[in-house]
Write a protein that binds this ligand. Sequence first.
Ligand SMILES: [Zn+2]
Ligand SMILES: [Zn+2]
Length: 320
Amino acid sequence: MKALRVENNRLKLADIAKPREETEAVVRVLKSGICNTDLEIVRGYAGFSGTIGHEFVGVVETATDAPHLIGKRVVGEINAGCGECESCRQGDSRHCPERTVLGIVGRDGAHAEFLTLPARNLLEISDTVSNEQAVFVEPLAAAFGITEQVFIEPDTKVAVIGDGKLGNLCAQSLALKSENVFLIGKHKEKLALVKRRNIEGILLENALKLNGSFETVVEASGAESGFNLALDLLKPRGKLVLKSTFHGEAKWQAWRVVVNEITIVGSRCGRFAPALELLENKSVTVENLISEELFLSDGVKAFKRAEQKGVMKVILSMAN
Ligand SMILES: [Zn+2]
Ligand SMILES: [Zn+2]
């Protein structure tokens, strides 16, 4: 089968053996989404080598443990735990110390014609969700996961920094809880995407006048400057949610966290089921985040596109 692989920090399209069912379900991938994490992995983050990709929709080909899933269209939770540690026994493999993560840690990923995952990681999707929408379940789950960590009330004033894919999904998720959500970014056309979800877009140069006015600020820009901007925007005793996996060493004024008694919350993956529900109910809009769709055979080119300025989600299609 064809697979997009990272080897020695280089991305290439390879021909490898199709995975066989041993203990896990085999899924024929229909579409996969290129994420910023993928771009960072190619640059060497996580020291990963193998098939990358963790956002996908596919059809279950074999699953001895879960025959009812065979032939079903599914998405899959990306963390696969040991099943025995305290975290796994509580039904949450996201913090299992032994976990593997699809296309990120110790496990071949989704930019391929087939992948394997434990059957318990797979969720069937309804006909009302298109393949393109389903590719967004993973990033949407990550965005909506914030609402499990931080309590947001209808009048909580929230700012999201960063108008890229992640910031957009965070803002839409938070706007389901609060009527006071602002998205701060550098691009008018990206800020305009959330307008009909009742989110106010603010250009970065105009954000100054909002200093000290937010109870919650989500940093989703992936830029070091986002940390200090977040501290500018927060009210005393506010909550700062760090959402982008920033890999540099960030310099920021830690004393301001102390003096203003800021609570810092790190936030990574979310649960898939609530995110799927949001897509089913059309509570969020994801289609307008798709910039381009290419075939897996053009995967290397697709990554180059995804790296370009202004490009949002690039989707790979396997059927070719
Ligand atoms: Zn991702
Ligand atoms: Zn475990």
